[in-house]
Write a protein that binds this ligand. Sequence first.
Ligand code: SAM
Length: 370
Amino acid sequence: MLTAEQHINNYANSMFRFERLNDAWIDSCAAYLQYVFGDRLLGKTVVDYAFGRGNWSLAFLKAGASKVIAIDAATDNVARFSRYCRQNGIADIEVIEGNVLSAPINADADIVWLYGILHHVEPAALFLKHITALAPRDDALFYVYAYNRDSLREFVVNACRRVCQYDNEQDFRTDAPYLTRAARLRGRDDLTAPHIDWYRSSDLAELLASNGLYATVRHDGFEKFNNSFCCDEFQPHQWLCQRGEAGKISVLDAKRRYEDDVNVLKSMWQSIVTAGIAEPDLQKIGLGLFNAHFAALENTATSEGAVIEDFQFLLYVLISHDVELDNQSPASRYTTLALASLNGNPTDQIAAASDDTLVAHHLRTNRIRL
Ligand SMILES: C[S@@+](CC[C@H](N)C(=O)[O-])C[C@H]1O[C@@H](n2cnc3c(N)ncnc32)[C@H](O)[C@@H]1O
């Protein structure tokens, strides 16, 4: 049984063992920080909490901060980044191994950068209480990033974690060769993280307010800022926050996209995981869904493309494993529609045929192949 810190270290190594820092990447991170903070960074002390590889710490110095306190709970992240700073003569980054949930950390920063971490900690309210103590002054800034609930990504990640979640790096490395590169780059994080929460805007606002923090600006994500791959399959919250309600913006819950399609996918997945399929086979099916999803996202750069591909993958599993379906379930109605489409039969007698979903539309207008 791993301790919490060993688990985090395995997670960090699964993600970052083969990652290397490079100048072009740091430059693009620094440009993003200038977009987020502008001149408010100049001469400031920044805590980069859960620094990972250290790219944001380096970018903060490049963008004008005078000092960075880089904190991470993973021993090996700390060793790798300390070595990098030493070898490159970087003196203005203090690298600390720590976890505010295990032991207090003293700091007196102007800005706390919480990138890619809030959804991985529990209890989040206690975590934020300790985090806010790292920058005690009234005008301190807190940059908060958190995964968005009700996204298509949430379905895929939760589904796959149910059958293939990795606690240790070696197990992940054994299976990682079965994943496409796009799926592996996500799986090294999504399938190895000890914990994941998904937040609606209202949940996140409430959590922050319980620690006296309020969103003042929402930002485009790093990918969109860089004009690289971006679609609405996953749009994490990225908010610049301050203490006190002055300047507070209203943060509305996003409309759930493809809600009916996601419900069909969920129903199919539920039928698969409760069909009595042996655990090792279920694990492979989980990896297959991850591949199908992220390959489709990469190829089509649209959520629609991923929904259709996920559906066809799950349909194949249901048929190839002879999974018995409850007649009333969306999984059953859509399998019937898909078989009709597959066989080129008229579909107007089939309940799901008139549904206004991406999948029903696709099945009405395309011949599918499994
Ligand atoms: C998804 S990575 C994000 C890394 C970096 N912030 C980035 O955006 O690239 C999550 C990081 O959080 C660290 N971590 C996880 N739980 C932590 C905790 N409770 N305290 C400090 N670091 C933690 C992991 O070691 C890992 O480096």
